[in-house]
Design a protein around this ligand. Structure first.
Ligand SMILES: [Zn+2]
Ligand SMILES: [Zn+2]
Length: 460
């Protein structure tokens, strides 16, 4: 995404929002689910820094997003919070605890030692990058015996350095990272929390997710601000989390649709992330349970690309966590791999979902509406894949009636009105020039697209 385009877009939607705000008291939007009387904020709910296994120093990462026009990011390192507790036990590249801690104790935080490059270690490149950007004085180091240790900036220090009210905020977060006892990777983010807890290795995925969700509720429910729980990258590394997990725990509202930091293999007959989302929603809506809302993130570790790969846009009244969270919970957000919506409206009075694409010159767009009918085929068959380069897996396979294409329109604006027998509808925009082969090859990894949330007349 070109920054100039992004700025223009935000300015134009902000102006649009301001003009519509004036109309609000006339009850024009009384029947409209999504009130465009607010601003779109661009955010990343999932990323990594040297606090776990991201390559750059944390301040370099925060600046990277801020300079690219983001309004908020969540510093979701693996199984940690960027506190000032003195520690040497990093996720990767942990270093030996010094014998004399006197000098370190005064400074606190996590310390890492420069090592030969390997996943997650602190490298000289990362140190030099930070020194070049912020000056060598910005780095704190202590020579201990024959090695030099660098101090990582804490969340509070990063927040003080980069936050600008109304423009850019950091939210404290962590990614609960590990695997269940049956060796499935199960990762979940807790967002807007300042403490973490040990990974719960449940006996299987469901047990792990349910117990982690419940433990979070117990620890964070009385926090002064809301917190957010997301189920991350279910398809990674290879069909580790099945849609049944979300069907069986309808309290979980958010799941990563597009996580573009992790390459994954797709089984030719297996579900893809969109199908996963539709299966969960078809069963949930049919059972009167809340919709599963999508998030998008680039789960960045290496930051070698010039531009981020996926993000979430949230239409909120203010740039603060309670406002953003309330907006995300009511479905007032979309996820993107490079395209943008100018407007999204869902009229709860008549079930009409309307979208308008933020169009670029000389580009043709395809807007598709997907959903599931009430009488959908609920049959599930299992594809048994023997152990090969991945562990053995049984992959669920579902009817084409789930997440079927209701309507396709070539253009920059379209709408679809829910029929009596529709459970929900969602819209996706892609570029027509991106052929189907291209999209299938790259799946959700690279091709530009944007996805609205699903909307239903039956549940929210
Ligand atoms: Zn993860
Ligand atoms: Zn991650």
């Amino acid at each position: 995404m070109r920054n100039l385009d992004r700025r223009c877009f935000l300015q134009s939607t902000s102006l649009l929002g301001a003009s519509l705000l004036l109309n609000r008291s006339t009850s024009t939007f009384a029947e409209t689910e999504l009130e465009p009387s607010t601003q779109w904020y661009r955010g990343n709910l999932h990323l990594h820094t040297q606090w776990s296994d991201g390559s750059p120093m944390p301040e370099w990462v925060v600046a990277w997003y801020k300079e690219k026009g983001y309004h908020f990011i969540c510093t979701s390192d693996h199984n940690t919070f960027q506190s000032d507790t003195l520690q040497f036990n990093a996720w990767c590249g942990a270093c030996e605890t010094p014998k004399d801690l006197t000098a370190f104790e005064k400074l606190g935080s996590r310390w890492k030692q420069v090592m030969d490059p390997a996943w997650g270690r602190l490298t000289q490149v990362a140190v030099d990058q930070a020194a070049e950007k912020f000056g060598s004085d910005s780095l704190t180091s202590i020579v201990d015996a024959d090695r030099k240790l660098y101090r990582l900036k804490t969340f509070d220090e990063l927040s003080a350095q980069f936050s600008e009210p109304g423009k850019f905020l950091l939210f404290p977060s962590f990614e609960q990272t590990g695997q269940s006892q049956d060796r499935r990777q199960v990762h979940m983010n807790f967002i807007n929390v300042r403490t973490f807890f040990p990974y719960i290795e449940g006996k299987n995925v469901q047990d792990t997710v349910d117990r982690t969700f419940d433990q979070g509720k117990e620890l964070y429910h009385s926090n002064p601000e809301p917190y957010m729980f997301t189920l991350n990258h279910p398809i990674w590394p290879y069909y580790d989390v099945e849609p049944q997990t979300l069907i069986d725990n309808p309290a979980i509202r958010f799941c990563e649709l597009n996580n573009n930091g992790l390459e994954y293999d797709r089984h030719p007959q297996g579900w893809d992330p969109e199908k996963f989302w539709d299966v969960a929603n078809a069963f949930r809506v049919a059972a009167g349970q809340p919709l599963v809302l999508a998030t998008g993130s680039d789960d960045e570790h290496s930051y070698t690309r010039k531009t981020p790969k996926a993000w979430i846009m949230v239409r909120a009244e203010r740039l603060d966590f309670p406002s953003l969270y309330a907006a995300m919970e009511r479905g007032d957000s979309y996820t993107s791999n490079g395209l943008d919506f100018e407007t999204i409206t869902f009229d709860r009075g008549n079930g009409k979902l309307s979208v308008k694409v933020k169009a670029e010159p000389n580009t043709s767009y395809r807007i598709e509406f997907f959903g599931t009918k009430k009488d959908f085929d609920r049959t599930c068959t299992w594809i048994n894949v023997p152990e090969d380069k991945h562990p053995a897996r049984s992959i669920s396979s579902w009817s084409d009636q789930i997440g079927q294409r209701f309507q396709s329109v070539d253009g920059t604006g379209a709408s679809y009105t829910l029929a009596e027998d529709d459970l929900y509808v969602r819209a996706r925009v892609t570029k027509i020039t991106d052929t189907q082969e291209y999209q299938e090859k790259y799946q959700l990894l690279l091709y530009p697209a944007a996805w609205t949330q699903p909307y239903s007349m039956l549940v929210r």
